[in-house]
Design a protein around this ligand. Structure first.
Ligand code: NAD
Ligand code: ZN
Length: 242
């Protein structure tokens, strides 16, 4: 911990990469955990592009639950610590999460690699609308439709879809330019998001990892802080403040 604190104090430009583990303490279950959602809904069967094209009503069964869960969630102490870290050099939060919790907490620059549940997207006419504006019908079990008559979908990256190219390239640049990268709550195995720590390392960044479990990334990081996001991030920021 002390070494990680010293490294952060020395760094001019910091980037953060978060995954599903960042949101666990806000009550949102990750894919691989023991908890409910993803045991009931096989992601390939509900959240892939081919599944959506085949049977959008079925995909919406999952989207509805995710939207209710994520839009109703609140940031925890760890999210607010990342807002404070902006006063100490944090430049960008790159996230694989689709729950908008970093924005809700107040981070300035959030790069959403997998899109966001807060927006709906029409693949017929490419228009986007806020999910919040259609929440009543979604909660009642209806599927929201675009003005052009087509069905909306959440503006998230489905399995089998590429990542938004611009967001990915800006995130990769942030990783390259950062002299320190903190990864939080990601097993860092899902490509191309997993390339972010690799790029950072190759360009000489110090790597800090926060996770209650070891991951495939752990042997390559400089400082592994074993623990939960909602505990380790506030601890880090408190010590940087002193
Ligand atoms: P993942 O494989 O990256 O697993 C989550 C990681 O978080 C694990 O390494 C786990 O040890 C760690 N973790 C668990 N509790 C934690 C805590 N309290 N603090 C810090 N770390 C903790 O992610 P996944 O669940 O397999 O998801 C894969 C993809 O799906 C990612 O893109 C992910 O972001 C997305 N997803 C997003 C959300 C969301 O938006 N909240 C939820 C589920 C999945
Ligand atoms: Zn449309």
């Amino acid at each position: 911990m002390e070494k990680a604190v010293r490294a952060i104090k020395r760094a001019d430009k910091i980037a953060v990469l978060t995954g599903a583990g960042m949101s666990v303490e806000s009550g949102i279950a990750p894919f691989r955990g023991e908890d409910g959602l993803w045991k009931k809904f096989d992601p390939q069967e509900y959240a892939s592009l081919s599944a959506f094209n085949r049977d959008p009503e079925k995909s919406w069964e999952l989207f509805r639950i995710q939207i209710e869960e994520c839009l109703g969630a609140e940031p925890h102490e760890g999210h607010y610590s990342l807002v404070e870290l902006e006063d100490h050099g944090l430049n960008a939060v790159v996230t694989q999460n689709v729950d908008s919790l970093h924005q809700k907490a107040g981070n300035e620059k959030v790069l959403e690699l997998h899109g966001s549940l807060a927006e709906l997207f029409c693949s017929s006419c490419n228009s986007r609308e806020g999910t919040e504006d259609h929440l009543d019908e979604i909660v009642e079990g209806d599927i929201p439709h675009c003005g052009c008559g087509s069905m909306f979908r959440p503006d998230v990256v489905l399995f089998g879809e590429p990542l938004p190219r611009n967001v990915l390239s800006v995130s990769q640049r942030e990783a390259e330019e950062a002299d320190l990268l903190i990864t939080v709550g990601t097993s860092a195995v899902v490509q191309p998001a997993a390339s972010i720590p690799t790029l950072a390392k190759r360009t000489g960044s110090v790597l800090i990892e926060i996770n209650p479990e070891r991951t495939p990334l752990t042997p390559r990081v400089d400082h592994f802080l074993k623990g939960k996001a909602g505990e380790k991030l506030p601890e880090l920021v408190e010590q940087i403040r002193d």
